[in-house]
Design a protein around this ligand. Structure first.
Ligand SMILES: Nc1ncnc2c1ncn2[C@@H]1O[C@H](COP(=O)(O)OP(=O)(O)OP(=O)(O)O)[C@@H](O)[C@H]1O
Ligand SMILES: [Mg+2]
Length: 375
């Protein structure tokens, strides 16, 4: 363990570094026998301040969040050393592992994971449904979110080429590309109906329950789980958006932990490479099986029959939110660099392309469902 000054100047021991991304340094420190997590913003202190304000507002407004969402113990600006002037906050450490880490542990039994999933999902529904409703048209909200995200994708030449190609092939299946599908999905009558059935938006929410933001102290006793890290880039959204983020865990983690390659000749120089992609997942077999078992079905089938979804319209809202999660993921994780594996020019790694392919697959499955029984 390394000793170093704590953000407030007192001595602390660094126990574990959780993450050091371009945006944040997040580590676990022990000070006078207490364990706290310190999150320091490398670049955007104002955004970290919004995160602190959102955590406090959620805990104040909703008893469910007071119990589940980890609070802020101390916050401010660092006054000494290399990080002087950077914004930080400390929160109480939740012993245990994130749900994603439990899934990734080869010793976790699938039965315990299923039980945890079936315990966590209804609680996330409850937390979401208690988020206060606000005025506004769901149709306008979902159309704005999908079109804005899509136009961000189209502003990136590498992604625009895929989007404008009309059709791509993923894992041997021909798929229509996103822009046409989004138009079709937004013009479905069901989208109109949702507005006639009461409020489907909230202006105070968490929006970010993916598996690495759900901390489970003991996988055999999952009801004690906590949540962290609200998404402050979203102010108003469908309350089901946070639940959709939970269902998005498999794609999120595969991208975030870099557990994939994409086999394609699309980027081989001097070749008119066709947009044919084959996704290879790199998770150890048992881990892939865990993720598939918990989340795979929703991804392939356009989310029908998720346990606990109250009705068919909630199902539709959830599915559209899920598509937003995937498309937002492409933008949030945008990488303009293609990483080639070894000496292979036909084996690439790029988070934005990986998530764009997942979004395209899902949008095709959803469009098929929507043109079938629901519409
Ligand atoms: N209070 C806590 N208790 C236990 N683990 C925590 C806690 N806070 C953070 N962690 C660990 O640190 C990781 C990263 O923290 P966090 O989710 O706040 O950052 P992030 O996902 O990088 O942030 P952002 O999504 O805002 O870019 C979590 O996935 C979790 O493993
Ligand atoms: Mg997080």
């Amino acid at each position: 363990m390394i000793s170093m000054a704590r953000p407030d100047g007192s001595a602390s021991k660094i126990v574990r570094i959780f993450k050091n991304s371009a945006s944040y340094l997040i580590y676990l420190a022990e000070c006078e026998g207490e364990l706290s997590v310190c999150k320091i913003a490398h670049l955007d202190g104002a955004k970290l301040d919004r995160e602190i304000a959102r955590i406090e507002a959620l805990r104040e407004a909703y008893p469910g969040f007071k119990r589940r969402l980890v609070g802020v113990e101390r916050a401010g600006k660092i006054s000494t050393g290399e990080f002087t002037g950077k914004h930080y906050y400390l929160s109480k450490y939740v012993r245990g592992e994130t749900f994603s880490h439990w899934i990734q542990s080869p010793t976790t039994e699938i039965g315990s994971l299923r039980n945890a999933y079936n315990t966590i999902l209804p609680v996330l529904f409850d937390l979401s449904s208690t988020q206060r409703p606000c005025e506004g048209s769901w149709k306008t909200y979902i159309a704005t979110m999908l079109r804005e995200e899509l136009s961000k994708l189209e502003s990136k030449p590498m992604l625009r080429r895929i989007l404008s190609s009309g059709e791509i092939v993923v894992d041997g299946t021909a798929l229509r590309s996103l822009p046409k599908l989004v138009d079709e999905l937004l013009s479905n009558d069901v989208v109109m109906t949702i507005d006639t059935l009461g409020r489907a938006l909230s202006d105070l929410g968490h929006w970010n329950f993916h598996g690495d933001n759900v901390v489970v102290p003991d996988i055999l006793n999952p009801s004690e789980f906590k949540v962290i890290d609200p998404d402050v880039s979203i102010v108003t959204s469908d309350p089901l958006f946070g639940v959709a983020r939970f269902l998005y865990t498999y794609s999120h983690d595969t991208a975030d932990y870099r557990q994939y390659y994409i086999h394609t000749r699309a980027y081989v120089p001097f070749e008119a490479g066709r947009f044919e992609f084959e996704i290879r997942r790199l998770w150890p077999e048992v881990v892939a099986r865990n993720y598939e078992d918990l989340f795979g079905r929703s991804l392939q089938l356009g989310l029908p029959g998720i346990k606990g979804v109250p009705d068919e319209l909630a199902q539709v809202r959830l599915a559209y939110c899920y598509l937003c999660c995937l498309i937002r993921g492409v933008n949030a994780n945008f990488e303009d660099r293609l990483e080639f594996e070894g000496d292979r020019l036909d084996l690439i790694r790029n988070k934005s392309i990986f998530l764009l392919l997942a979004a395209t697959k899902f949008a095709n499955a959803l469009a098929r469902n929507m043109s079938g029984s629901i519409s």
